[in-house]
Design a protein around this ligand. Structure first.
Ligand code: 6R9
Length: 651
């Protein structure tokens, strides 16, 4: 089906009547944000409480060599005070966090804003006792437990910069981030229960810390109480210390441009880079998008199923919702444990109003059959959201009908680690939706579609090309940790004076946007973003591997799978045992999410005479699409292509 024929779902009268922003308000506010960004964002800056009010709103330059992004730069605030203290008077006894554990047999917890305040202060005081001060880095390597949120907010409270490492990452990946950010403390837990199994987080941290500076301390939350090794000089028992820690701690005044967190993410080249987000602009943007995209109203129960290890967990489990005084649900488990009805049972149990998840989860649950959803009472649901990858119309329709009962607007939110919050999404009471379309830019966002090779802007509709953003917004990343030149090169060098997203997109005849996926060497596996270069460098680190090229290919559930072409060292024999060995190797180097789906032995890789691997050809072969390999005449040895086709892994 072409986009022109896509079914259109206009906003319902109910959604429109309730919404913070209806169609007319969107038009008015969007055009104000374009014609007077300074005035627009000055007003939005009032969403947060300032210790010292800002007078400057924006100071931005996208010129290569001189890139700077500053918002509210002379203001001072504290994120933890904004997410907790300012709500205490009005909603101290309201639930801030509902915690749903991995096992449905364990009791859920309801943490009020008052309790959140006390727990965050305890954690902040313990961190201070460990010598953490303003500007220091703290790594958080945690299960999805309330202490993960306390840890984030505690860092923010004392002005430390947190960097969360997803609990599914390996010790090596953890060590790289501890060292890359020169962290003083790693906060972890004994074990991370997930889907009935438990990852030995503390043991992983022990392995990682062997490769880190001896001064790094390890603060351990007792989640399961299981046995762990202990180093008295380095390890501290959080659960024991918290009992005696003070429950007040004055929030540190921070400059709006002080970093709030670093989050490592994959790019098209090299190792993951540390995306740096600010304190003031980030919080304004996370709060605003959370309220408007999900049409959050006081008293609503909001659930985002992401992990705090990803940016979605930062902006839309913790910072956005709590800045808005919301009740946010935090889930420790997985969608299919104990069975494929878990998500829906949690929705019923906690009467969830807004539900936000990834297309890969929807596809996996759709595959298990609608009975699992039909068992649950989903009448509390009002808004559904998706994030992380393009959603195929079949999954969209299932989500709409089976989960939303045809009455819940679906917000397909397109954004990135780098953007801090949603850049494109339909708004529930303002816009029509089309299955698979991200539809409309958020306020202040000026998308441009460029012809990929010339960089010319395409101003007519329909349009197809690469997606850039013409101007800054408060939630934009500020730099790459420790490497501003890499920041400029990655995002501002391909297309002059624009932020380059790395995504391709179409704008249809109605002017609505459709994200078509990455145009660089980043792949998206089950909504997890991965650089093919990272998997390649893990593979070539194995002593039997001479060379490797990695591409994505279409995968029914994961969206994309990881396809590896591997050239072995002279004298090494390919075998299934070696395949397993390499797969396990990549899992240890990076983590299970980077586990190769296919490994094809490649005696030679298709290279140009200048030695560049022609990935376009490798992608086609991985897709089983041999008819359209394109021009291969510049290859040094075109015969390797036939060899690769002949040995294509059968699926
Ligand atoms: C938030 C997040 C970013 C990349 C992005 C794009 C893809 C995210 C999407 C989407 C189509 C959507 N992506 N949301 N593609 N429709 N609604 O996922 O951040 O992990 O940095 O990934 O994910 O390709 O460039 P991150």
């Amino acid at each position: 089906m072409s986009h022109a024929e896509a079914k259109i779902y206009p906003p319902s009268a109910d959604a429109e009547a309730k919404a913070h922003v209806d169609a007319a308000a969107y038009e008015r506010m969007y055009s104000a944000s374009m014609s007077d960004p300074e005035g627009f964002w000055r007003e939005q800056g009032k969403r947060v409480d300032w210790m010292k009010p800002f007078t400057q709103v924006r100071d931005v330059d996208f010129t290569l060599g001189n890139v700077k992004i500053n918002w509210y730069a002379d203001g001072e605030l504290n994120v933890s005070a904004n997410c907790i203290d300012r709500h205490l008077e009005k909603r101290g006894d309201q639930t801030a966090i509902i915690w749903e554990p991995d096992s449905p047999d364990e009791a859920a917890k309801h943490i009020t804003y008052k309790e959140l305040h006390a727990e965050t202060c305890r954690m902040a005081n313990i961190l201070r006792d460990l010598g953490v001060t303003k500007g220091d880095r703290v790594i958080i390597y945690m299960p999805m437990i309330p202490e993960a949120a306390y840890a984030m907010l505690a860092c923010a409270r004392i002005g430390a910069i947190h960097s969360i490492v997803f609990a599914g990452f390996s010790p090596d990946a953890l060590a790289a981030r501890v060292n890359g950010s020169e962290a003083k403390v790693v906060i972890t837990a004994d074990f991370a229960p997930r889907g009935g199994k438990a990852t030995p987080l503390k043991a992983n941290a022990d392995k990682a810390l062997k490769n880190c500076d001896a001064s790094v301390k390890c603060l351990v939350v007792r989640r399961t109480g299981g046995d762990v090794a202990w180093d008295d000089a380095r390890d501290r028992d959080y659960t024991a210390l918290a009992k005696n820690a003070a429950t007040t701690c004055a929030p540190e005044p921070m400059n709006a441009e002080d970093p709030l967190f670093i989050l490592y993410t994959s790019g098209s080249t090299g190792l993951p880079k540390g995306v740096v987000h600010s304190t003031g602009g980030y919080l304004v943007y996370a709060a605003m998008t959370h309220e408007i995209t999900f049409d959050y109203h006081d008293g609503d129960i909001y659930w985002c199923t992401a992990d705090v290890g990803w940016v979605t967990g930062h902006s839309y489990i913790v910072y956005g919702p709590l800045a808005n005084g919301a009740t946010t649900l935090m889930f420790e488990g997985v969608p299919t444990y104990p069975d494929a009805s878990r998500f829906w049972q949690v929705c019923e149990k906690h009467k969830v109003n807004q539900f936000y998840t990834a297309p890969t989860a929807i596809r996996a649950l759709m595959g298990q059959g609608r009975e699992f959803a039909e068992k649950a009472d989903l009448s509390s649901l009002r808004i559904l959201g998706t994030v992380g990858e393009p959603i195929n119309p079949e999954a969209w329709n299932w989500y709409n009908e089976v989960i939303g009962g045809g009455r819940c607007p679906i917000v397909d939110t397109w954004w990135q680690t780098e953007t801090g919050g949603h850049l494109m999404t339909p708004l529930p009471g303002a816009h029509a939706t089309k299955p698979g379309a991200a539809m409309k830019p958020f306020f202040g966002i000026k998308p441009v579609v460029l012809e990929p090779t010339t960089g010319e802007e395409i101003t007519t509709n329909p349009a197809e090309g690469v997606l850039c953003i013409a101007d800054s917004w408060p939630g934009q990343m500020r730099t790459v940790w420790g490497d501003h030149a890499r920041f400029e090169q990655t995002y501002f060098s391909d297309y002059k004076d624009y932020y380059f997203t790395g995504d391709g997109c179409k704008r249809d005849a109605d002017g609505d946007y459709w994200i078509t996926g990455r145009v660089d060497d980043v792949i998206n596996v089950s909504g997890h973003r991965m650089g093919t270069a990272e998997v390649e460098s893990a593979l070539v680190a194995h002593d039997k591997v001479a060379e490797a090229a990695v591409v994505g290919y279409s995968h029914d559930i994961k969206g994309q799978g990881i396809y590896c072409y591997v050239t072995l060292m002279n004298g090494e024999e390919p075998s299934d045992a070696l395949r397993t060995e390499l797969r396990n190797w990549v899992r240890t180097e990076i983590g299970p999410i980077a586990s190769p789906d296919m490994i094809q032995w490649a005696p030679g890789l298709p290279k140009t005479r200048s030695g560049k691997i022609m990935r376009r050809v490798l992608r086609k072969i991985a897709e089983n699409d041999f008819g359209a390999l394109g021009d291969t005449s510049t290859l040094a040895d075109p015969s390797v292509v036939d060899e690769l086709i002949a040995n294509r892994m059968n699926r």
